[in-house]
Every structure is written in C-alpha cells, then in structure tokens.
Write a protein that binds this ligand. Structure first.
Ligand SMILES: *[C@@H]1O[C@H](CO)[C@@H](O)[C@H](O)[C@H]1NC(C)=O
Ligand SMILES: *[C@@H]1O[C@H](CO)[C@@H](O)[C@H](O)[C@H]1NC(C)=O
Ligand SMILES: *[C@@H]1O[C@H](CO)[C@@H](O)[C@H](O)[C@H]1NC(C)=O
Ligand SMILES: *[C@@H]1O[C@H](CO)[C@@H](O)[C@H](O)[C@H]1NC(C)=O
Ligand SMILES: *[C@@H]1O[C@H](CO)[C@@H](O)[C@H](O)[C@H]1NC(C)=O
Ligand SMILES: *[C@@H]1O[C@H](CO)[C@@H](O)[C@H](O)[C@H]1NC(C)=O
Ligand SMILES: *[C@@H]1O[C@H](CO)[C@@H](O)[C@H](O)[C@H]1NC(C)=O
Ligand SMILES: *[C@@H]1O[C@H](CO)[C@@H](O)[C@H](O)[C@H]1NC(C)=O
Ligand SMILES: *[C@@H]1O[C@H](CO)[C@@H](O)[C@H](O)[C@H]1NC(C)=O
Length: 540
C-alpha cells in the first residue's frame, strides 16, 4: 500500500500540466502558421520568406515569435527505422536546418502531427509511435506541436472520447517527462464540437473541455477558420461568417481558460480579399480580448502597412498578453451589438464592443453593465487611437462602422469591479431572463433583465431589479436579496453548472431546477468573467 502511494506521488511529481505549470506558456502564443492561407502548398522558402518578413515588418518585435508548420510537410513514408521524415523536395535543406534558420533570427519552430494513424492530409500519423515521434521532434529542435485528431483508431472497449483522452494524455505525459517540454496545441475538442458531423449533443464536447486544460497549453475547440481556398488558390466568400462562427464557440468556454491554458478559436486571417479592414481589425481585437493565441495565417511578405499597423498595435497586444490571462465575456448581445468585458492585471477594465449590424451606428453603454461603479469617474483610453476621455455613468460610442470593434481600457483610482453580464445556456444560446414575475430562458436581447451581477458570496442579481435569484421547491424566482439565505447562493463549477448551495440542485433550462446530471445540455451555462469557480468533485 505504502509503495503504491509512493509510486503515485512520484508519478504525480512528473506531471507538469499546462495549468499546473503555466511557465510553459505564461501567456497565449503568438506567431505564424501556413494552413488557413496555403494549406498543403508549403515549402522551405515560404517559411524563410515569412520569417524574414516578420523581422523586417516588426512582427517579431511585436511578439509574433513562433513559426509553425502545419500538415503536409511529411514524406509519405516513415524511414526504415520507423522515424518520421520530411519531404525533401519541399524542404531541400531539411527541417533541422529550417529550425536553426528560425532560431538564429529569434523565432521558435512548431510542427504538426496527428493523434490518429494518419494525418488529415493522409501522411503518417503518430498513433502507436508517440514516443519515437516525440524523440524525433526533440532531435530536430522543435519547440511546439499541434496535434490534430483525424483518423484516430478506437481501441475496443473505449468510447471515442476515452480514446482521445488516452492519446492526448499520453503525449502530455511524454512532454511532462522532458526537462523542456514542447508547447502542446491540442485539436481534440474540435472533434466533439457542436457542429461536427456525428455530434447529437454537447456532452462529449464539455467532457473533453473538462480535461483538456490539464493536458496541454492550448486547444482548438471548434471548426477551422475557413481557408483562403484550395492550396492557396483564392475562393471568395464566407470568411467573416467563419470568424463569427468561431467567436460564437469561444464565448461558451471562458470558464476553462487560465494562465497556462488558452482556448484557441484558430488563426488570424489578414490578406483575405473578401474581408474589410474593419472586419480584420475586429478579428484581431476580439481574439486579443479573449487572450486567445494570435497566430497569423497569411502571406506575410505582402501584408500592407495598414495591416501590419493593426497587427502590431501595442495596446491591444498588451490586452492579449495580459498577466491575468482572462477571456473577456459577454455583457450583452442584442443582434446588433456584442459587448464584452474583463479585468486587466493593473486593475483596469476592458470594454470591447462589436457592431454586428450592417449599418454604421452609435450606442451608449452604462458603466454598471461593464461591472463598474456608476458614480466613479473613469478615464477611457481608445486602444485604436490612443486618445483618452473622461467618462462617468455611461460611455458613448459614435459612428461605429458595420462589423467594426471599439476597444477601451477604463481606469480609475478604484480597482473594484463586479462580475457582470449574460448568463446563457451554451447549448441553446438562450439567456437567463429575470423579472419579479418570472425567471427563465429566452432569446438574448440585451435588456437589463438579462444582465446579471454575481457577488463574491454567490448572490446573482439582474440589473433590472434589486432582487436575487432564488430556488424554492424546483422553481427559480427573484426575491428580496438576503445574504443569509443559502437558497440565494449559487456555486458555479468548471462543468458549467449553477448549483444551489442550500438544496444542491442545478439550474435547468425550461425546468427551473433539477438534480444535477453529468454535462447535460440543459444544465451548462456561461457566466461573466471574474466569477470564482467552486470545487466540483465530479470532474477529474
Ligand atoms: C513555395 O510555396 C509558395 C506558397 O505556396 C509558392 O508561392 C512558391 O512558388 C513555392 N516555391 C517553390 C520553390 O516551390
Ligand atoms: C514531396 O512533395 C511533392 C510535392 O507535393 C510530391 O510530389 C512528392 O511525392 C513528395 N515526396 C515524398 C517523398 O513524399
Ligand atoms: C532513423 O533513420 C533516419 C534516417 O533514415 C535517421 O536520421 C534517424 O536518426 C534514425 N532514427 C533513429 C531513432 O535511429
Ligand atoms: C489506420 O487504422 C485503420 C483502422 O484500424 C486501418 O484500416 C488503416 O489501414 C490504418 N492506416 C494506417 C495508415 O495505418
Ligand atoms: C514518464 O516518466 C516516468 C518516470 O520515469 C515513467 O514511469 C513513465 O513511464 C514516463 N511516461 C511516459 C509516457 O513516457
Ligand atoms: C448524446 O450524444 C451521444 C452521441 O454523440 C449519445 O450517445 C448520447 O446518448 C446522447 N445523450 C443524450 C442525453 O441525448
Ligand atoms: C428566438 O429566436 C429564434 C431564432 O432566431 C426565432 O426563431 C424565434 O422566433 C425567437 N423567439 C422569440 C420569442 O422572439
Ligand atoms: C434571511 O435568511 C435567513 C436564513 O434563511 C432567515 O433566517 C431570515 O429570516 C431571512 N431574512 C429575511 C429578511 O427574510
Ligand atoms: C459550493 O462550493 C463550496 C466551495 O467550493 C463547497 O464547499 C460546497 O460544498 C458547494 N456546495 C454545493 C451544494 O455544491
């Protein structure tokens, strides 16, 4: 028994997971990947030209220090001794040489493999070769691995989800045993995400999300950003929708992110001719507000000055790389405006506002909605222009162009903020709506009855009424706030459940409250950032 415990302890001491060892990636990675722009039309000179241009255009200096090679770099066959080999027509000097070229210029080099027995592009996969492939990557000087999830072979007796967990955990353990582990970018959740072909419900997606922050530094949680066209041949259409679709997956998962692990909504696309400059800038500002990885997939040598200028905006990069690593969450969504906010490490508050509508328009946002004190005076710094203004009570945004994003840093002498925003079901996307007469879920319209404040003691109150969410006999209601009543106190867990502290039941869409199930579609919710997660013994 004692030796078993010792073995366990020794074993645990070797496991340096992402969130257990945030030093592997203390902030979200930044850099370049060829996939969305070129797919399989890759070669050595693309990467050297990209690196040279990233140096000369100031992208490296701005923090974009990773050059990642995606699928199709391989030779079709492993070597006789089983090692992976690069395609020497595409990489005449070889990947070891390319790594040295990149390292000499201040970059890290990343590579792509697949957890299954074949990559998505049909090249040799790593399943059954994990140890030797990891050793090969180390011997080549590779710093970062993106591990895709095509063609995973499911062992008898395992579910698909269990098989993915086994494979990604194995890679994690191999990396954890290294003195300098590779950064591990995991594609597993994307294979369980809500619009993947075989998915009927979100249970497996949530389950994978529950463990993925402990097995690597980042995870592609949903679809690929729509590529430029087949192997770099331009095909217009759908790129803005694709950005908004991935944004729509990202907002459901904020609770999982903390320093050392980042939700990854996929690449920044820049030189795609069907995107307006405002759309490209929104893409960048939204991803930065999420503290998401900023990995550009574009032909860097041809980026315009205007494109480089926004990609190197120091203030917005500082939001992305902020030491709190928080993902901004939704305050409100009304069809036209998406409002997001989060705390920043120096005590400032971020305000990000996307005009999803088709017209240029103006809006006003009360600072209470952003979780701030309506009586306090704040300095609002526009992170696009650097200009500042003094605001109190509300902030006015004038003439925001269709699909543009306004982004501000709000500061004052007071550092206090209250977690404030939408509470929504991440399956139905419906918003918790509370009036003195009824509490339930309905379409998100951005009214005060859908913007909630969550106190440190677990009270939940809408801006529309000074009343608190309570549970009684299976029903939800708003009643006069009473900090002593456990029926008004709620635990929020990593599994996305809202659990009543008095009765132990879970908020359940359409049914009030019911017994907590396991990652059930009607019981998983997104809450505003800043809400502390309670222990959840059912997970891990
Ligand atoms: C390398 O790839 C780029 C991007 O696809 C292409 O434009 C270029 O012609 C290729 N170069 C060679 C030598 O094949
Ligand atoms: C290398 O890539 C070229 C171009 O895609 C292809 O024609 C060739 O078959 C590949 N060679 C190997 C050894 O996989
Ligand atoms: C396997 O063979 C390749 C060349 O064919 C060589 O570069 C590599 O070092 C060998 N790997 C091992 C583990 O011996
Ligand atoms: C991958 O596994 C499947 C299922 O076991 C098998 O049919 C296929 O031949 C394997 N492919 C490779 C390249 O090993
Ligand atoms: C990691 O190291 C431990 C201790 O040396 C060893 O028992 C374990 O098998 C290693 N894990 C992997 C996946 O190589
Ligand atoms: C959820 O979907 C899986 C298949 O993806 C299915 O096996 C399971 O029964 C479904 N659960 C519910 C509650 O519908
Ligand atoms: C809610 O939204 C759905 C989908 O957009 C729409 O079909 C439905 O009519 C809306 N319901 C109400 C009550 O507005
Ligand atoms: C507040 O809740 C406590 C604990 O349930 C109860 O004893 C007290 O009477 C309540 N106060 C009011 C004003 O309802
Ligand atoms: C709520 O969370 C606290 C702190 O994590 C925990 O002690 C308590 O058991 C939880 N209550 C319920 C009903 O889950």
């Amino acid at each position: 028994m004692l030796s078993l415990i010792c073995a366990l302890l020794i074993h645990l001491s070797h496991v340096s997971a992402s969130i257990e060892d945030p030093s592997i990636s203390p902030t979200p990675p930044m850099g370049f990947n060829n996939w969305a722009r070129f797919e399989c039309a890759l070669n050595e000179s693309l990467f050297t030209a990209t690196a040279d241009a990233m140096v000369s255009k100031g992208l490296l200096a701005a923090g974009y220090n990773r050059i990642n090679i995606d699928d199709c770099w391989f030779s079709n066959y492993r070597a006789e001794n089983g090692s992976l080999q690069w395609n020497s027509t595409l990489f005449p000097n070889g990947i070891i040489w390319l790594g040295q070229y990149l390292h000499e210029r201040g970059f890290k080099i990343g590579i792509y493999e697949d957890a299954g027995n074949m990559t998505c592009g049909g090249y040799p996969g790593s399943q059954g070769h994990e140890h030797e492939d990891a050793a090969t990557f180390v011997s080549w000087g590779i710093d970062y691995l993106k591990l895709d999830g095509c063609n995973v072979v499911i062992q008898k007796g395992r579910t698909n989800e269990e098989q993915f967990k086994a494979l990604y955990s194995l890679w994690h353990e191999i990396f954890s045993n290294m003195t300098s582990p590779l950064v591990f970018s995991q594609s597993a959740p994307a294979y369980f995400s809500p619009d993947f072909q075989t998915v009927q419900n979100n249970t497996d997606w949530y389950t994978v999300m529950d463990w993925i922050p402990t097995t690597g530094e980042l995870a592609r949680h949903s679809d690929d950003i729509k590529v430029y066209g087949t192997n770099g041949h331009w095909e217009p259409g759908g790129h803005w929708d694709s950005i908004m679709a991935n944004y729509g997956f990202e907002v459901r998962l904020a609770r999982y992110q903390k320093c050392g692990y980042y939700n990854d909504p996929d690449f920044l696309i820049v030189d795609f001719p069907d995107l307006t400059i405002e759309e490209k800038k929104s893409h960048f500002a939204l991803w930065a507000s999420f503290s998401a990885p900023l990995i550009i997939s574009s032909y860097i040598p041809d980026l315009t000055q205007e494109e480089v200028a926004y990609l190197t905006n120091k203030e917005i990069i500082a939001v992305d790389q902020d030491a709190l690593c928080l993902q901004a969450t939704l305050v409100s969504q009304d069809g036209n405006w998406d409002v997001l906010t989060k705390d920043l490490a120096n005590g400032d508050r971020l305000l990000t506002v996307l005009n999803r509508g088709e017209e240029t328009s103006s809006t006003k946002i009360s600072l209470e909605r952003v979780g701030l004190d309506p009586d306090e005076i704040y300095t609002a710094k526009d992170l696009w222009t650097g200009s500042t203004k003094t605001v109190q009570g509300t902030i006015s945004l004038r003439n925001i162009i269709s699909h543009a994003t306004a982004i501000f840093r709000l500061s004052s002498s007071s550092l206090a903020s209250t977690p404030t925003g939408m509470i929504f079901n991440t399956f139905s996307m419906k918003c918790l709506t509370g009036t003195p007469h009824s509490v339930g879920f309905s379409n998100c319209t951005g009214t005060d009855s859908q913007v909630w404040q969550v106190s440190t003691s677990g009270l939940i109150s809408p801006l529309s009424a000074q009343m608190c969410l309570a549970e009684e006999d299976g029903y939800l209601s708003l009643t006069d706030c009473n900090i002593s009543s456990q029926y008004q106190q709620w635990n929020y867990t990593i599994s996305g459940n809202l659990i009543n502290r008095a009765s132990g039941v879970c908020v359940t869409e359409s049914r009030g409250t019911t017994r907590c199930g396991y990652e059930k579609d009607n019981q998983v919710f997104a809450l505003p950032s800043g809400v502390e997660l309670s222990d959840d013994t059912r997970i891990i």
